[in-house]
Ligand binder design. Structure first.
Ligand SMILES: [Fe+2]
Ligand SMILES: [Fe+2]
Length: 523
């Protein structure tokens, strides 16, 4: 596969990142893993973006050919993809890891290349993933390679990897200043890192740190905070048990309004309504202009037009009633064809100053994921696509014969099947009955049972009021399923559950572009 180089000769910015992401999106396996990582471990995703930026700057500084720069940057963006099936309890453990936990962490490079084995990007990124924890003096893992035996791609990635870890928050260490981090890099010359590359990196490090570095946020635990915001910040420990609707409804200091392409309000949470002395129900259906005070109407109209056409970045700060300061952020939403289909408007009360603002911005980062509709809504709405990707991933773990998705919601049962032979009515009924029984028994685990010479594996999709469901996988009868494979199936199950929950949430909140009803999507 040849990479297009049109994205090169540009600073590492959102445009380059989105070009890299569209290369990833062209490959279903890499794309599914990348999106799953982004939504499961947002902090690891931010780290990968930082490392890929360092890699881009360093590779360009070294004068490597353009294709090579792009290849290495892409490898860096995926270097920690294998962390996706590490438990958050280990990944975010604040103290020292025990021997067993450490051995789980050390598997992530090999997990990564195994997961990407059938991806067409594999050959471009394998070195960066497999060898990024090798050390120059041979003391690293996986293979204990040393010096120039370590592929150049991995030696470059490990410098960004190291620098980003030093200047960022990790549960087990303090954040180092820029100067302290550079000192550490110098100490690692020719022990941990390739000294010649460190020297080159030091010359571009100020540019990276000043202009490109994104702080990575880790989940805050409730105990660490006396504010009740923390419980609304997505807690990655909860293994994706995220109820977006609840979060949006209850965020104490972020007003959320969702408008359609005609500026009509589709959704409004309590805080947004309170700011306007109203109840949410009174505002839904009106236009966003209607609910402004008279002197704001023209201003808001102009602002919306500018944001829609891309002339404004969507931020505004204003003084509200009773001496309060309000910040608004308008986030455009596009449908799957990329056409404008509405806007998410976030209102924050920033009267209490910067600290609060920072807390709210953390929320905002998370919420903007919801609104990053171009790629994401497509994934959410196209359940078939999600399931096909899931089938491709499961096939990497097991010899997959058949895959079904069974969802029980509001007393209705939907059954989706991947593959050629549809279930006949009896088989369908039988499968659904079995799933109902498992739900009644409160099943939370993976269940494996014999089925007419094959095996059936029921992967429980996260329970909740919204839906209960299963991925049902049929495999060859002799298959033995290891703990690690079970863990991975659980991760895949979580990813599917997450996509479905978003689908259910968004379809309840409002009608977008080409939205199909849930029943249609699932049949
Ligand atoms: Fe790593
Ligand atoms: Fe890393």
């Amino acid at each position: 596969m040849t990479l297009t180089v049109s994205v090169l000769k540009m600073p590492y910015d959102e445009k380059l990142l989105s070009s890299l992401e569209s290369i990833i999106a062209s490959d279903p396996i890499a794309d599914t893993l990348y999106l799953a990582l982004k939504h499961k471990y947002y902090s690891v995703y931010c780290h990968c973006v930082n490392v890929s930026c360092c890699t881009y700057l360093l590779a360009t500084k070294m004068g490597l050919p353009e294709q090579e720069c792009l290849r290495l940057t892409l490898g860096a963006l995926l270097h920690d993809i294998g962390k996706i099936n590490i438990s958050p309890k280990i990944l975010y453990k604040p103290g020292k890891l025990n021997k067993e936990e450490w051995s789980v962490i050390k598997r992530h490079p090999v997990n990564g290349i195994n997961l990407l084995n059938d991806s067409k990007l594999y050959h471009m990124v394998a070195d960066s993933i497999r060898y990024h924890h090798e050390r120059y003096d041979g003391s690293g893992y996986l293979e204990g390679l040393s010096g120039e035996d370590i592929p150049l791609a991995a030696r470059i990635v490990s410098i960004g990897d190291c620098f980003d870890a030093l200047v960022s928050f990790r549960p087990y260490k303090k954040i180092l200043s820029f100067e302290e981090a550079i000192e550490e890099l110098i100490k690692s010359k020719n022990t941990h890192l390739d000294g010649r590359l460190v020297d080159m990196f030091i010359s571009i490090a100020p540019d990276f740190y000043k202009h490109h570095y994104h702080p990575t946020y880790f989940p805050l635990s409730v105990e660490n905070s006396n504010k009740n915001y923390s419980k609304f910040i997505i807690n990655e420990d909860s293994e994706l048990e995220i109820n977006w609707e609840e979060i949006l409804d209850q965020l104490p200091d972020i007003g959320i309004i969702l408008i359609d392409r005609d500026d009509r309000i589709l959704f409004c949470n309590n805080f947004a309504a309170k700011l306007r002395d109203a109840e949410p129900g009174e505002l839904i259906g009106k236009t966003i202009i209607d609910i402004q005070r008279p002197h704001r109407r023209i201003v808001v109209k102009e602002k919306l037009a500018k944001v829609k056409s891309g002339q404004a970045n969507g931020w505004e700060r204003l003084m509200a009633r009773k001496g309060r300061y309000i910040e608004n952020k308008y986030i455009k939403i596009a449908d799957e064809k990329g056409c404008y289909s509405g806007m998410l408007m976030l209102t924050m009360d920033v009267t209490q100053g910067e600290k609060l603002l920072r807390m709210l911005l953390i929320n905002l980062e998370k919420l903007s994921i919801l609104a990053q509709a171009n790629i994401f809504l497509k994934k959410v709405f196209d359940l078939e696509d999600t399931l096909n990707n899931t089938a491709a991933l499961i096939s990497k773990v097991l010899t997959l014969e058949k895959l079904w998705l069974v969802i029980m919601r509001n007393g209705e049962i939907n059954c989706f099947q991947e593959g050629e032979q549809p279930l006949n009515d009896n088989q369908r009924e039988e499968l659904i009955k079995k799933c109902e029984k498992l739900v009644q028994n409160g099943l939370q685990e993976i269940i494996i049972e014999k089925w007419a010479g094959s095996k059936r594996i029921f992967i429980f999709l996260e329970s909740g009021d919204e839906f209960k469901g299963f991925l049902v996988v049929e495999t060859k009868g002799t298959m033995h399923i290891e703990q690690q494979e079970q863990d991975l199936l659980k991760v895949i199950g979580n990813y599917v559950a997450y996509a479905i929950k978003k689908l259910l949430f968004i379809s309840r909140v409002g009608k977008f572009g080409n939205e199909r009803s849930i029943n249609e999507s699932l049949q």
